[in-house]
Design a protein around this ligand. Structure first.
Ligand code: UD1
Length: 454
């Protein structure tokens, strides 16, 4: 039985409400925008909450579709998920009746695979759908599966599902990854908190969301430390307790709004922004000639886009990398910025395959971008952008098409708004509050076969 084979099931999801963004571009965005809690941190906190039967409480949770899907997935397992007020969730995993994470969850959100480690560690078994077949490259989960096997689990793959068992407790071990994986690190770490003995994970991802998860796990009573930048060590405990946690701000949302200020030639202040988590990105803004000032103590980033009006930005080469490098999730917004930079910029997308495909949509809006292969692009600027009809393929590309439409002359219709709602809280409201002319309109349609989002 081969693991993580590409997954070809035909699955027809329920009809979804399809929405479009209608944007009239060319308005310099001005004002303050509050940055929401981090999607990639919140989803893992929800998974961590299943490590205990006691109640966990999370604040600063972003009101986004992925969080709603994770909450629904947990409820289907028998977990109590309360949403007492906006941005606050409470989770109690006393009785989990159904250790089965179905294809429906994986199809809506690949991050549902983060439930493998904690459910296996706490309940000794889980059946979980393989989320392979993502639109952004292959996105396999082999590293997660191998990490669980190293911790003593038995995992079989049948008909698109992993059947995982760990009679007794998982065993602490050395988990060695061939390269850095964010969710792979998190899955191994979550599982190890309840394992018998000492686990060393390396190379461990260094993303701030991983460290936020460590903070929460310690609040739950887990013994977890980052003992070296790329090493996490865990001493397993028999039980963990309930805890409260405030989710860190979303650095990717912050980067998206920073580019919005820059490419519209506006003046945008990001409040509650994680300056410390954006060093590589802010350094690129500086190289491109964008005036971005970070006030770490006040958690503010002020982006002044006047250089755009005074001749445009400067071309620069970028390369994505695991943290502390430039986040692959900020590659699409940065590419929009580079269309407004004079000269030739080379883009190297080193983390995922196929994350550059969306750039052909940017070309339809007036950009001049060549894409010689899956990992490289050349952007020739500066090119004025014009309004167009475009189709969103995934979350980050979607937000970046909005950025391009905001910078463009004329009207754009961006189809597939539901992809953006997965990861951005009230995005059109936040842009409208900065003066953007943007509306989200509904249209009904039936979706075809599944394609798993990132
Ligand atoms: C997380 C983020 C995503 C971000 C990415 C990289 C969440 C929910 N998502 O995704 O927004 O873009 O980190 O910063 O936190 N890989 C394998 N086998 C595996 C796992 C990964 O080959 O089992 C490969 C991937 O195809 C990719 C690379 O490893 O080329 C890094 O991916 P990874 O860090 O695992 O990304 P995610 O954790 O899925």
């Amino acid at each position: 039985m081969a693991d993580a084979k590409p997954f070809h099931w035909e699955f027809t999801p329920e009809p979804v409400t399809r929405e479009v963004f209608r944007i009239e571009g060319g308005v310099p965005l001005t004002g303050e925008v509050p940055i929401s809690g981090s999607k990639n941190a919140a989803l893992k906190m929800f998974a961590a909450a299943t490590l205990t039967g006691e109640r966990c409480r999370f604040t600063n949770v972003p009101e986004i579709e992925d969080v709603r899907v994770m909450a629904e997935t947990l409820r289907d397992l028998g977990v109590v998920v309360d949403h007492p007020e906006a941005n606050t969730y409470e989770i109690a995993s006393g009785d989990v009746e159904w250790l089965f994470v179905p294809l429906e969850a994986a199809a809506k959100m690949r991050a549902s695979f983060i439930l493998l480690g904690p459910l296996l560690a706490r309940f000794g078994q889980v059946i979980i759908s393989n989320p392979g077949g993502d639109r952004i490259g292959r996105r396999p989960v082999d590293l997660h599966v191998e990490a669980m096997r190293a911790l003593g689990a038995t995992i079989e793959y049948r008909n698109g599902y992993y059947f995982a068992t760990a009679p007794g407790r998982l065993r602490g071990t050395e988990v060695r990854f061939p390269f850095v994986s964010v969710m792979g690190t998190e899955n191994a770490m979550l599982a190890a908190t309840l394992a018998d003995g000492h686990t060393v994970i390396r190379p461990a991802a260094q993303e701030p969301e991983v460290d936020d998860l460590i903070v929460f796990l310690k609040e739950m009573g887990a013994e977890v430390e980052r003992t070296w930048p790329d090493t996490i060590e865990v001493h397993g405990k028999r039980r963990l307790r309930g805890a409260e946690h405030r989710i860190i701000p979303d650095r990717i949302e912050a980067g998206t709004f920073a580019v919005a200020g820059a490419v519209t030639g506006g003046h945008v202040t990001l409040t509650g922004a994680p300056c410390d988590h954006l060093s590589a990105f802010v350094e690129i803004l500086g190289r491109a000639g964008v005036d971005a000032e970070c006030d770490t103590a006040a958690e503010r980033i002020v982006v002044d886009g006047r250089a755009l009006r005074e001749g445009g930005y400067r071309a620069c080469d970028i390369r994505t990398a695991p943290y502390p490098g430039l986040a692959t999730d900020l590659q699409p917004p940065t590419c929009v910025l580079l269309t407004q930079a004079s000269g030739t910029s080379q883009v190297h997308e080193a983390v995922f395959e196929d994350r550059l495909e969306w750039l052909s949509d940017l070309n339809r809006m007036g950009a001049r971008i060549e894409i010689p292969d899956n990992h490289h692009a050349t952007i020739r600027g500066r090119t004025p952008l014009h309004g167009a009809d475009a189709d969103i393929g995934d979350l980050r590309a979607g937000a970046s098409l909005i950025l391009a439409a905001l910078a463009a002359d004329g009207e754009s219709t961006i189809h597939g708004a539901h992809h953006v709602k997965r990861g951005y809280e009230n995005i059109e409201r936040k842009f409208a509050d900065l003066g953007a002319r943007i509306a989200r309109l509904e249209e009904r349609f039936e979706e075809g076969t599944v394609s798993t989002p990132s």
